[in-house]
Design a protein around this ligand. Structure first.
Ligand code: TRP
Length: 374
């Protein structure tokens, strides 16, 4: 049987993702050598963030202490999980570096492309996403958190955002949408144009006053949105825009490989999971690169590259490179057993979640500082 090719689109991620092929196919660039501040962050140091478009412009802004924007959007369906936390850590990293943050709740995208209810989406955006952002360290300073369905209380700002989304439709063709997305419907097309407005509108006079570098860090599945947005932005005449910059991170693997996804409960660790749930999920579902029996494992060793528990340590829970290397080498040599590796991970996750859940309770008091400031 022919092996099924992997698929990475905004509407579907399946199969084993070959990132090198993706870089070629999408025309991305591998991450350049980065200044020291970046290397302190494990996501950059370990190449979890592995590719980019026009990232140099952001490096330049940081180096010369010039203003830049970091923009992202969230689809408020289902539970907030570790995969979302990976992006949140980037948001907070850039906020600390001086970026102005724009965070869009993609409620209209979910309404139009996923048939969700607006009231429900709003609740999920706050209970799941915003609360966890705050608990992970997001500050209300220098941060615009908004709903696509309700951009701003100020008519001037709101009008200019919706005008941009509408005017953008003149600058793309139906064939382009088909070529970039494969599958397209009026709802999805609308979501794509609105997302292009999300990415560019900070550069309007009503927002940051004029052209400013904008970084959009994404999972690779979102690149089609970026390609369309970049093309439209280039053609748009009414305002001058600096081209978008973007960075691409690996998907956090789901427990049973694939992508960690809120639509598959057995694929994720949620921020609200109890210690018992974490223990059960890791022991029962976390895909193992170990051998079938202890004897065989001692003899042949395990494969950390495909082992989901090891990958969680690498991408999230073990910031110390020396300790990580020891776990890696011991697992590979067979000295460390799968059960022991899982135990290390479970304890790390539960320590993290215990603290996080306390911070999440406290975060409730801060919600109002983020909603409808502007
Ligand atoms: N399409 C994104 C998702 O599926 C959400 C989104 C909306 C977004 N606007 C954005 C992401 C702007 C990045 C930038 O999650």
């Amino acid at each position: 049987m022919k092996k099924k090719e992997f698929k990475v689109t905004p509407w579907e991620v399946s199969g084993k993702v070959n990132y090198e092929k993706l870089i070629k196919k999408f025309g991305l660039k591998p991450m350049p050598k980065l200044p020291e501040v970046f290397n302190k962050n494990l996501m950059f140091r370990r190449k979890i963030i592995f590719a980019h478009r026009d990232f140099d412009r952001i490096l330049d802004a940081i180096e010369n202490k010039k203003k830049f924007v970091m923009m992202t959007g969230l689809m408020p369906t289902g539970k907030f999980h570790l995969g979302h936390a990976l992006l949140t850590q980037q948001m907070i990293f850039y906020q600390k570096l001086g970026a102005k943050l724009y965070i869009a709740v993609a409620d209209l995208e979910a309404y139009n492309a996923r048939n969700q209810d607006l009231e429900e989406l709003r609740k999920t955006a706050i209970d799941q996403y915003l609360l966890n952002y705050i608990a992970l360290g997001l500050s209300p300073k220098n941060c615009e958190f908004y709903f696509q369905s309700e951009r701003s209380k100020e008519a001037k700002k709101s009008n200019s955002y919706y005008r941009l989304a509408s005017n953008f439709s003149r600058y793309a063709t139906f064939n382009e949408f088909k070529a970039v997305y494969g599958e397209i419907s009026p709802g999805k097309m609308n979501a794509s144009l609105l997302q292009a407005a999300d990415m560019f509108h900070s550069q309007l006079p009503e927002f940051e006053g004029g052209p400013v570098p904008v970084l959009v860090p994404v999972g690779t599945d979102q690149d089609p949105h970026l390609r369309i947005a970049r093309d439209i932005g280039k053609r748009y005449k009414d305002n001058k825009f600096v081209q978008l910059s973007s960075s691409y991170h690996l998907f956090l693997p789901g427990l049973n490989t694939g992508k960690m996804s809120s639509s598959e409960p057995n694929s994720y660790i949620a921020m609200t999971d109890s210690p018992k749930e974490v223990e059960k999920k890791i022991n029962k579902y976390a895909f193992s690169g170990g051998q079938a029996t202890i004897e065989e494992h001692r003899k042949k060793g395990g494969n950390p590259d495909v082992d989901v528990s090891f990958q969680y340590l690498r991408m999230f829970f073990e910031p110390d490179d020396k300790k990580l290397k020891k776990i890696h080498d011991d697992y590979k040599s067979g000295k460390l057993l799968t059960g022991e590796l899982k135990k290390i991970l479970i304890s790390k996750i539960n320590t993290f979640l215990k603290e996080h859940q306390k911070r999440r309770e406290k975060a409730k008091k801060q919600i109002d500082k983020f909603l409808f400031k502007s």
